[in-house]
Design a protein around this ligand. Structure first.
Ligand code: OAD
Length: 233
C-alpha cells in the first residue's frame, strides 16, 4: 500500500506564481485590511467593495500559472497517496494536475448565495456582478470562507491529517485557526516537514523537520528526496 502524504499549503506556495500572500506586506493586502474584505462583517457593511476585491483576486488567479512547487506535488503522486489540504482559494493545485485537493477557505471559481451558502454556482469569467442572484433571488457572493464563518471542510481535513504517514506544510504562517491546528492532530509516527521562506519556530511543532527557502526551490527538492528514499526501501 502506498504511504499517505498530506500536504498542507498556504499563500506562500502561490507567491512565486504572482499571487500576493496575506501577511508579508504590513497587514495590508492588495491595499486593504484583511478584516474589511475577508470577513462576513466586511461583506455586510460594504458588499460592493468585497465583491470588487474578489473579482480582482479572481482575475489575478486566472492569469497566474502553477509554479515548480505545485508541479512537484503532482510528481509525488507517482509513488505516494497524496492529499492536498489548501487554505488557498486559487485553483493552482488543480490546474497543475493534483488529484485530491481539499479547500479549507473556499474557491474563487464558485459563487454562492448570500442567503444560503449551500446554493453554489460556477463563476463564468472573472466577475460576480452586484445584481447577480441565486434561484431564491439573493445576491451571489464569492464562495469563500470568511472570518466569522465556520469551516465546513475542517472535519475531513482532520481525518486526512490523522491518517498521514508524512505531512508537508508549506507557505503558511500557521496563524489562522482552526486550519493551523492540523499540524497538531498528526500521529507521533508521522514525519512533519515544514518549508517556508521564513520559518517561525514558535509556530511549529518541535519535531518538525525544517527546510527554509522558497517553495519553488524546496518543494521539488523534498519531493525528489522522498521519492528516492521510498524507492530504496
Ligand atoms: P500568510 O500570508 O499568513 O503566510 C504566508 C507564508 O508564506 C508566510 O509564512 C511566508 O513566510 C511564506 N512565504 C512567502 N513567500 C514564500 C515563498 N515564495 N515560498 C515559501 N514560503 C513563502 O498566508 P496563509 O498562512 O495562507 O484566509 O494565511 C492563512 C489565511 O489567512 C488565508 O487562507 C486567508 C488569510 O486571511 C481567509 O481569507 C479566510
Amino acid at each position: 500500500m502506498k504511504k499517505k502524504i498530506v500536504v498542507f499549503t498556504g499563500a506562500g506556495i502561490s507567491a512565486e506564481s504572482g499571487i500576493q500572500t496575506f501577511r508579508d506586506a504590513n497587514g495590508l493586502w492588495e491595499g486593504h485590511h484583511v478584516e474589511d474584505v475577508a470577513s462576513i462583517d466586511g461583506w455586510n457593511k460594504n458588499p460592493s467593495l468585497v465583491q470588487n476585491f474578489y473579482n480582482m483576486r479572481r482575475q489575478i488567479a486566472l492569469n497566474a500559472e502553477p509554479n515548480a512547487a505545485h508541479c512537484a506535488l503532482v510528481t509525488l503522486e507517482k509513488v505516494f497517496d497524496v492529499h492536498i489540504i489548501t487554505q488557498n482559494v486559487d485553483l493552482l493545485h488543480e490546474r497543475s494536475g493534483s488529484s485530491h485537493v481539499l479547500h479549507l477557505h473556499g474557491r474563487l471559481d464558485l459563487a454562492c448565495s448570500s442567503l444560503d451558502k449551500r446554493l453554489i454556482y460556477p463563476v463564468v469569467g472573472h466577475e460576480i456582478k452586484m445584481g447577480d442572484c441565486c434561484e431564491k433571488g439573493s445576491q451571489l457572493r464569492p464562495n469563500i470562507v470568511w472570518f466569522g464563518e465556520s469551516v465546513p471542510n475542517m472535519e475531513p481535513a482532520i481525518q486526512l491529517s490523522e491518517q498521514a504517514d508524512i505531512m508537508i506544510v508549506t507557505g503558511t504562517s500557521l496563524t489562522v485557526y482552526p486550519a493551523a491546528s492540523l499540524v497538531e492532530v498528526i500521529v507521533p509516527t508521522c514525519d512533519l516537514y515544514v518549508i517556508d521562506k521564513h520559518i517561525n519556530l514558535a509556530r511549529i511543532p518541535k519535531k518538525s523537520i525544517t527546510m527554509e527557502g522558497t517553495a519553488s526551490e524546496m518543494v521539488p527538492k523534498l519531493v525528489n528526496q522522498l521519492i528516492a528514499h521510498n524507492t530504496i526501501l
